[in-house]
Design a protein. Structure first.
Length: 229
């Protein structure tokens, strides 16, 4: 822990190329100690987590904590998930280079950027305009040209672009939205936290088999509630 905090303090006082080197070192340590050591071993996910500059997706006053294994506030009552959860959710859908993936809950934009490193197209929906606009600006600055954003109620998905090879939901509804299952390809995977705000939530993996959802609980989690219009 002391070593990790020392690295954080170090990059606060340096600038330019050396700062970028420090951010890279922090990402390497993040992947090794927070993700690989917890048995996430999907190589495209690990490589994406090494490449995406998480510090660009958090508010400036939170950058010192960008690579800590914890959720961080991004304003509007929302958070960026801890790196382990982002990696875990990405790995369980087993994304492929030619995939088209839907994300519900753009938030900071970090999860969409991780997906964009792996798949062909990412479609992401955010109900809070300020977050959607901020994320879109970051995507443009970082040249993520394969991410498509929309402001709206994610419950209904993005039917114009369906079906999707996989869907990731980053907020917790009380039950899985039926339109999202409908928009999943046969054999596709949906990962979603399910449960009320002040009770037990479970991250669930839904696999579409013969047109029907096969649901498996993965692990207990705590996500912000799924917001509706």
């Amino acid at each position: 822990m002391f070593y990790y905090i020392s690295l954080i303090l170090l990059f606060i006082f340096i600038a330019g190329d050396s700062a970028q080197d420090t951010f890279y070192k922090l990402r390497e340590d993040m992947v090794k100690y927070q993700i690989e050591d917890r048995n996430v071993n999907h190589k495209p996910t690990l490589e994406a987590m090494r490449n995406v500059p998480r510090h660009e997706f958090v508010p400036n006053n939170m950058r010192a904590y960008a690579y800590a294994d914890r959720p961080l506030s991004i304003g509007n009552g929302q958070t960026i998930s801890q790196p382990y959860i982002v990696a875990f959710m990405t790995s369980v859908i087993e994304p492929e280079p030619d995939d088209k993936v839907l994300e519900i809950g753009t938030g900071s934009g970090y999860q969409a950027a991780v997906l964009a490193e792996i798949v062909k197209e990412v479609y992401t929906i955010e109900i809070i305009p300020e977050l959607a606009e901020r994320a879109s600006k970051i995507f443009k600055e970082l040249n993520y040209n394969n991410i498509h954003t929309r402001i709206g109620d994610g419950y209904h998905g993005w039917p114009d672009e369906s079906p999707f090879d996989a869907i990731i939901v980053t907020a917790a509804p009380n039950e899985i939205p039926e339109p999202l299952i409908d928009q999943l390809k046969e054999g596709g995977k949906l990962v979603i936290p399910v449960g009320p705000k002040y009770s037990v939530q479970y991250l669930q993996l839904v696999t579409k088999k013969n047109g029907k959802p096969k649901i498996r609980n993965l692990l207990p989690v705590r996500f912000v509630p799924f917001t509706r219009d």
